[in-house]
Design a protein around this ligand. Structure first.
Ligand code: HSE
Length: 420
């Protein structure tokens, strides 16, 4: 029997216990041994939980119990779980974590500490989708050319509802929170940080890149306006928060932001709270993974997959995870050097010379206009909506600054990247 201690018995922890009980026969058959949750550590012992295990408010009751084989870390946060996971690994216990923020900062140190002890994290990215296993095992023969993922269900749910039903941002955020999709602090979702944590994990598996959230471009969905949604609808684009990593020569690009994607792209069809990840390998071509990215049972499904795997391999088998030397000599693309296409929305006075000034400013910054549309607004004002050919992030930022300084635009220009 493999004995499990769970740290953090919230929605996911309770699902882990329930599924281990409900699907005991099939799980035991697959694992070759019974996997039994023994004890859970919680902050508040008086809160009612739907589990049949002993509960404690002292984490050391798990970490120092010689009978516990595997620690499942579901506590959330970064520095506290870092200490807990470190101690568990040092005490020789295998660890399974769903904690993407912890891994975004400490994945390489923890892997070093783990050594030959199992340290698994399937549930940390895209909940129930086995994307970690796909990258580590199924796509092992490939150089990964790109990964593009809808890896935050809250943002996907919100954007979808805003586009399809015209529901306002604040109302739909509250709904996503009530449905239990959002993080405890929802700015992690809408600010793009949760997706960035997950993207960093995927990029490590693909490229061995040891970047932190502070090193990469992260923007959320909080600046999307009604006019941008109308533009997306009118021009057959979907609006998605994407995590993108690509290998270009000896550089790796890493970024999280809202994008306009043509409705015809497969990833544009991933709606609601669902997650989807497209991975392009040099030999296999494009592969697409789809499923529930959040929720108790879906996340617990991934946690238990790791428990079964550990049971099968035995605690001593080396983990196949973050390898810094995976692709020698790769470095991160500077944010200013990222190249993509852009959509701009500029509020202007509807008068002569304005368009010429905008075209001049963009041209001066090496930006070529691809399409342009003027929409009249009230009081002799208008919105200029334009898309660009591929250009550098630095050029678009400089152009926006120049437009603001020139007083041609009446409010802060809106900019959304286009992914085609
Ligand atoms: N808040 C996350 C999301 C939960 O919305 O995707 C799963 O990581």
């Amino acid at each position: 029997m493999l004995k499990i201690g769970i740290i953090g018995v919230g929605t996911v922890g309770q699902s882990v216990c329930q599924i281990l009980e409900e699907n005991k026969d099939i799980i035991t058959a697959r694992a070759g041994v019974e996997i039994k949750p023994m004890i859970g550590a919680v902050n508040n012992l008086s809160k009612k939980r739907d589990v049949n295990i002993k509960l404690t408010d002292n984490i050391d009751d798990i970490l120092e119990d010689k009978d516990i084989d595997i620690v499942v870390e579901l506590m959330g946060g970064i520095e506290e779980p870092y200490k807990v996971v470190k101690k568990a690994l040092k005490n020789g216990k295998a660890v399974v974590t769903a904690n993407k923020a912890l891994l975004a900062y400490h994945r390489y140190e923890l892997q070093d500490i783990a050594g030959d002890t199992a340290f698994e994290f399937e549930a940390a990215v895209a909940g129930g989708i086995p994307i970690i296993t796909a990258l580590r095992e199924g796509l092992g023969a490939n150089h990964i050319q790109s990964i593009k993922g809808i890896i935050n269900g809250t943002c996907n749910y919100m954007l979808d509802k805003m586009i399809k039903e015209g529901i306002e941002y604040d109302i739909i955020l509250k709904e996503a929170q009530d449905l239990g999709y959002a993080e405890a602090d929802p700015t992690f979702d809408v600010g793009g940080f949760d997706a960035a944590h997950k993207l960093l994990i995927l990029a490590s598996l693909a490229y061995g890149i040891d970047a932190k959230p502070e090193d990469i471009l992260i923007e959320g969905i909080d600046n999307i306006q009604k006019e941008d949604i109308e533009f997306a609808k009118e021009f057959n684009y979907s609006l998605k928060l994407l995590g993108i990593t690509k290998k270009i020569g000896d550089k790796v690009e890493l970024r999280v932001h809202t994008v306009l994607i043509p409705n015809s792209e497969m990833i544009a069809k991933i709606d609601g709270v669902m997650n989807g990840v497209s991975v392009v390998g040099d030999k296999v071509g494009e592969t697409l993974y789809y499923g529930a990215g959040a929720g108790g049972d879906a996340t617990a499904s991934a946690v238990i997959a790791n428990l079964i795997d550990i049971a099968r391999k035995g605690k001593g088998s080396p983990m196949l995870g973050f390898t810094k030397s995976l692709e020698d000599g790769l470095s991160l693309v500077d944010i200013d050097d990222i190249e993509t296409k852009y959509y701009l929305r500029l509020e202007v006075d509807d008068k002569s010379g304005v368009l010429a000034k905008i075209a001049q400013t963009l041209g001066d910054n090496n930006i070529s206009i691809k399409t342009m549309l003027q929409k009249s607004a009230s009081n002799n004002k208008a919105n200029i909506l334009l898309s660009t050919h591929t250009c550098k992030e630095k050029n678009i930022k400089d152009a926006i600054k120049d437009l603001e300084n020139s007083k041609v635009v009446l409010s802060k220009p809106a900019m959304i990247r286009i992914e085609e």
